[in-house]
Design a binder for this molecule. Structure first.
Ligand code: SF4
Length: 697
């Protein structure tokens, strides 16, 4: 028997980007585990990826190219050869490109986070064609914009340092489900005496395990941050030296927050004024004793109309109390901007040939539902005629799902999907191409939760006729006659060049060494903003942001109320009185893993969690079948009656495959396509619904 252990990286849309060890015997992967030597992974994979072999060798894997033989949406396919598949795609794209290549749209996101199998060869291909650009906004762009206005970049406290903090605010996230290795650090901090406070309208698994839980109304986190600032200024719980040296606009900020009394904050957030006082004083006084106070803010709270502003406001807090002086202090939304990714080299935007008659066009992935059914016009440009989907599952994930499905059902739309499984989106494809999984290809990963570049070596040969995304776009480029040398770059060459070597954060980075060792820790100083040096235009933490003013935004921290529960209330709230959020189910990762039986069995079917008061008012008891609906659609679910959601809130843990639900629907039937205040992102958690009991079929 020939057994070896291969170093790999978890590819999924998760901040932890675990280093994995895959045992391979005679060409078959037989075991997978977290690398015990990787400081962040510490030998632990989450429940989902512990089942990665079940997923890789799943009997439902797509192993051959397929073409559609039934109506769109039915998922009826016949096997074809790679030659037929590639010729069909190249012929169709060429004929569209002759008229206007902007009618071709790539659609991709974080199905893999790898630099090679993500946007490298794929973007070279679409840039060379002259296709529409995709604005990749669906997850994090509101918060990303918000934090960049305040501190200049998506970077902050090193996850490994959180265990040394004395106070941790876990704000808008459920790390037990979606940031497990941060949670391990937070628990270690607690063992050493730290106080953990969860801020979340839902008492999640994480909130349950923190010493304190504050449950503001969804969409009001920006107001809570303003209320904390008010108390910090009012009671002089400030680090004046830090403010004077390293911040901009303190006088204007003080004036702005003067009105945000605990009473006003409490009324806005639906909590008690004493809680606002308590939280602000805990934060300011802990920092005032010279102890490290840290905030782990996550993406849940930015999925509302004012989500960008909420993150911006929260990112101002550490500078007020001088928390950045400590390696274990500050705030972390994402470490993504710490990585010197060579986007221009990987994606080659220079291949795009501008044409005065056909100016570049960008389509927002968050409004794909509307844009797929939009007619050609002077403002919009050509109607979308072809979509190539990779690393994404928009029919289940994009907001206002019925509208998205309507778009993909267009008979005149040519849809190509690169996939592992027959997802909801695959059911609408004209051509399906079998893609390799992480065990079958090479890649290299940045992350958004720690500071390591992680290598992924192929552990096994591709199953069936599957090919890496990079190879599929290489072959399509050949078929289209693109002869630029960059289309011949191998995956190893792409990986080797994905990150700038010799940058201040990658002083000794060398891909060949990283492939062997598995990872490389960035050279980021432990307390990056202890002496200012924020990557903002002023070099300071900007309480006042001139850039925001130029972008048409309020230059100071403010509160932008939610669309549905405030702006459209009370009329809308009379019809749909319950707010709904749809955060990640612990056993799923977006829609990945929903078809892995052992994981789906833990959930069984879609659930809707209601507070006992809301359930009683509707005659609903635990286990009843319920219907949730609003003007956009409806979904059926099994009721869970608890006191975990705050009253007035329902929680649909997500994201279910629609076709695996009894009614073939999921929570995105109820979401909408309106965008956040900044970052052009969807407001998934800014939704009102009504719920009623229905009979079981
Ligand atoms: S999903 Fe996250 S926690 Fe799970 S193995 Fe992957 S990176 Fe680690």
């Amino acid at each position: 028997m020939n057994t070896r252990v291969v170093r790999a990286a978890c590819p999924h849309d998760c901040p932890d980007t675990c280093a994995m060890l895959v045992t391979v015997t005679d060409g078959v992967a037989t075991a997978i585990r977290g690398d015990p030597d990787h400081p962040n992974t510490a030998g632990v994979l989450c429940t989902k990826v512990s089942r990665y072999l079940e997923r890789t060798y799943h009997p439902d894997r797509i192993l051959h190219p397929l073409k559609r033989i039934g109506p769109k949406g039915r998922g009826q396919f016949a096997q074809i050869s790679w030659d037929e598949a590639l010729d069909t795609i190249a012929d169709r794209l060429q004929s569209i490109a002759k008229r206007d290549a902007r009618a071709i749209l790539p659609y991709s996101f974080a199905g893999t986070m790898g630099a090679v199998q993500g946007e490298s060869m794929a973007m070279r291909f679409f840039n060379r064609i002259g296709a529409s650009q995709l604005d990749r906004t669906i997850c994090s762009s509101a918060g990303g914009a918000g934090i960049r206005y305040s501190i200049g970049a998506k970077m902050g406290t090193d996850t490994e340092q959180f265990e040394h903090a004395r106070l941790i605010l876990i704000w808008g996230g459920n790390p037990i489900a979606s940031n497990l290795h941060f949670w391990m650090r937070a628990q270690e901090a607690r063992r050493k005496g730290a106080v953990l406070v969860a801020i979340d309208p839902y008492r999640s698994l994480t909130a349950e395990k923190c010493q304190h839980h504050i449950a503001p109304l969804p969409g009001t986190d920006a107001a809570l941050a303003l209320g904390i600032m008010h108390v910090l200024v009012r009671d002089d719980l400030l680090d004046h030296d830090y403010i004077d040296r390293y911040t901009l606009g303190f006088a204007q900020l003080s004036e702005r927050v003067a009105d945000w009394t605990p009473a006003r904050t409490a009324a806005t957030c639906g909590i008690e004024a004493e809680l606002v006082e308590w939280l602000a004083r805990l934060y300011g006084e802990t920092a005032g004793r010279g102890e490290a106070v840290a905030i782990r803010v996550n993406y849940g709270l930015q999925r509302v109309r004012g989500g960008g502003m909420a993150v911006r406001n929260i990112a101002c807090l550490p500078a007020l109390v001088g928390a950045w002086r400590h390696a274990a202090g500050g705030v972390l939304l994402s470490s993504g901007d710490s990585f010197p990714r060579r986007g221009d080299w990987l994606e080659r935007p220079d291949l795009y040939r501008a044409d005065a008659m056909r100016p570049p066009r960008t389509i927002n992935m968050s409004t794909i539902g509307d844009d797929l059914v939009r007619a050609a016009s002077h403002d919009f440009g050509p109607a979308i005629e072809a979509v190539v989907v990779y690393n994404a599952n928009p029919v289940a994930v994009a907001p206002e799902s019925a509208r998205v499905a309507q778009g993909f059902a267009r008979d005149d739309l040519f849809t190509v999907v690169l996939e592992h499984f027959r997802t909801d989106t695959v059911d609408y494809a004209d051509i399906v191409l079998p893609a390799t999984t992480q065990l079958e290809h090479i890649d290299v990963h940045a992350t958004y939760g720690h500071q390591y570049i992680v290598a992924n070596n192929p552990a096994i040969a591709p199953l069936g006729e599957a090919k890496p995304n990079s190879e599929i776009f290489r072959l399509l480029a050949q078929r289209m006659g693109f002869d630029e040398p960059c289309f011949a770059d191998s995956d190893d060459e792409l990986a080797a060049q994905a990150f700038e070597a010799g940058h201040a954060h990658t002083k000794n980075y060398d891909w060949s060494a990283v492939r062997q060792q598995g990872w490389y820790k960035l050279d980021v100083p432990p307390a990056p903003f202890a002496a200012g040096g924020f990557p903002t235009p002023s070099g300071k933490c900007e309480f006042y942001s001139e850039r925001m003013l130029q972008d048409g935004l309020d230059p100071l921290p403010s509160y932008i109320p939610p669309y549905e529960s405030v702006v459209s209330a009370p009329a809308l709230a009379r019809q749909y009185p319950l707010a709904m959020i749809s955060p990640p189910q612990r056993n799923f990762l977006n829609t990945t893993f929903v078809n892995v039986q052992s994981l789906r069995d833990t959930e069984g079917e879609p659930h809707l969690e209601l507070h006992s008061e809301d359930a009683a008012a509707r005659g609903i008891v635990d286990g009843d079948r319920v219907r949730a609906w609003n003007a956009r659609g409806e979904m059926l679910a099994r009721a869970r009656v608890t006191d975990r959601p705050r009253p007035g809130l329902v929680v649909a843990l997500s994201i279910w495959w629609k076709k695996l639900a009894a009614d073939r629907k999921n929570a995105n039937e109820l979401t909408h396509q309106r965008l956040t205040d900044m970052g052009r992102a969807p407001a998934f958690y800014d939704v009102l619904v009504q719920v009623e009991k229905v009979s079981d079929p």
